[in-house]
Design a protein around this ligand. Structure first.
Ligand SMILES: Cc1ncc(COP(=O)(O)O)c(C=O)c1O
Length: 415
């Protein structure tokens, strides 16, 4: 804060397409989609109109004990585009809450199911009530609330809160290591949680190809639920609507947020299967209620924006048109690999990490490079020594050029 206070803050007052404008009228390319949320650009006409139309009806009514129109319609649309087998939608309002819900749901599911039928299903004799633990991956990031931090694996962010957290079993993102942990702990493990294909906040670290699919198989074998956190990867970022779809995986629980409203409003959802849902199906007296409800859950304005967002994906064939941009971006990144101060360039879809060589963290080299990009009209936010590029899916080829040139020049100038 001491350093931040000395700087003059950059105040964004408006946006249009891929650009943000500050209070002095300077224009910047939004190179990280306003923290990985914007999808079709700012001020997208159809989303603006959907929100205005909805506000003429109602801005908010609770989902606790009531339904509302946009959230109901959105749930139906989400199920249509989600990996096959996900049938139920539980709303909340951020990536972190979507994760909290998945963890609590997985935990409670095992507490409430009938051990005999479950044992029959899984060909194992076990007491599901003992399944109370979680496995997570080293370097994982699932959000900033206490449950999400408990399954987080980035010491810089999470270490200080250790006394507040529940214990999670931390494993390398490696199929053999995961199987070893499953073998040892499966009787006490409720679920594994993982980001699919790429650990984003860890610095855009790519997971081994096929890992997701392998984990799905292992979860089936060892009777462990699979929670996939698509908060960063969902809504086209990896080139498919959801990263799970690259490996044909249906998790038991899937967390989505960020891009769900096109980057307009805070809506999130935890999707799950009929099987998990059935674990909560009971009369009032049996007390199997899932006690979790955020005040703004299923907010009609947010859900109206999300419906418009999904409609644009269809109408503009966003995913089809994106493939060429992904290849164009990949081609443009080639030159970076030759830079001496660049250690590695990682890309999946529109998610890119340009990792600089190992500068000591005190040097804030990532911050400096990104800060320098401002003079070329590009706004970025690094993760340590990793320069992150995650532009809106609607970015044009010319804008990709601008983005790549700004970062390239900044690295060359500074390093
Ligand atoms: C994979 C993943 N999960 C969860 C979150 C937390 O989302 P939110 O900031 O909306 O709480 C993030 C945020 O970056 C994320 O990348």
């Amino acid at each position: 804060m001491e350093e931040w206070q000395k700087e003059e803050p950059l105040v964004i007052v408006k946006g249009k397409g891929s650009y943000l404008y500050d209070s002095k009228g300077k224009k910047y390319l939004d190179g990280v989609s306003s923290l990985w949320v914007n999808v079709h650009g700012h001020r997208k006409k159809e989303i603006d109109q959907a929100i205005k139309k909805q506000i003429n009806k109602i801005a908010h009514s609770t989902l606790l004990g009531l339904a509302n129109e946009p959230s109901t319609l959105l749930a139906r649309e989400l199920i249509k585009i989600a990996p096959k087998g996900l049938k139920k939608v539980f709303y909340s309002d951020s990536g972190s809450t979507a994760v909290e819900i998945a963890l609590k749901m997985a935990f409670q599911y095992w507490q409430q199911i009938n051990s005999k039928s479950e044992a029959r299903n899984s060909k194992q004799t076990q007491n599901p009530k003992l399944k109370t633990k979680f496995i997570t991956l080293i370097n994982a990031y699932h959000g900033d609330t206490i449950g999400a931090v408990s399954v987080g694996g980035i010491d810089l962010f999470h270490q200080i809160y250790k006394p507040l957290l529940f214990d999670a079993i931390k494993v390398k993102p490696d199929a053999q290591e995961i199987e070893k942990a499953f073998k040892k702990h499966h009787l006490e493990v409720a679920a594994i949680i993982m980001e699919p294909l790429i650990q984003a906040a860890a610095g855009m670290l790519l997971e081994p190809k096929g890992l997701l699919k392998k984990v799905r198989q292992l979860c089936n074998k060892y009777n462990i639920l699979m929670i996939v956190d698509e908060v960063a990867t969902g809504f086209g970022r990896t080139g498919k609507m959801f990263a799970c779809q690259h490996e044909g995986v249906t998790p038991d629980l899937m967390c989505i947020a960020k891009g769900i409203t096109g980057g307009y409003l805070p809506v999130a959802a935890t999707l799950t299967t009929q099987k998990i849902y059935a674990g909560f199906m009971a009369t009032y007296k049996e007390q199997k209620t899932f006690f979790h409800g955020h005040t703004y859950t299923g907010n009609p304005l947010g859900c109206a924006a999300a419906l418009a967002n999904l409609e644009i994906f269809k109408k503009e064939k966003v995913l089809q048109r994106l493939q060429e941009k992904i290849r164009y971006l990949a081609k443009g990144l080639q030159g970076y690999r030759r830079l001496k101060k660049v250690k590695e360039v990682r890309q999946i879809g529109m998610m890119v990490g340009i990792e600089l060589i190992d500068y000591p963290w005190e040097e804030k080299m990532g911050v400096k490079v990104c800060s320098n990009c401002k003079k070329y009209g590009v706004l970025l936010r690094p993760l340590g020594n990793v320069i992150v590029l995650m532009p809106p899916l609607s970015i044009s080829k010319n804008e990709i050029d601008l983005l790549l040139k700004a970062v390239y020049k900044s690295i060359k100038e500074l390093l």
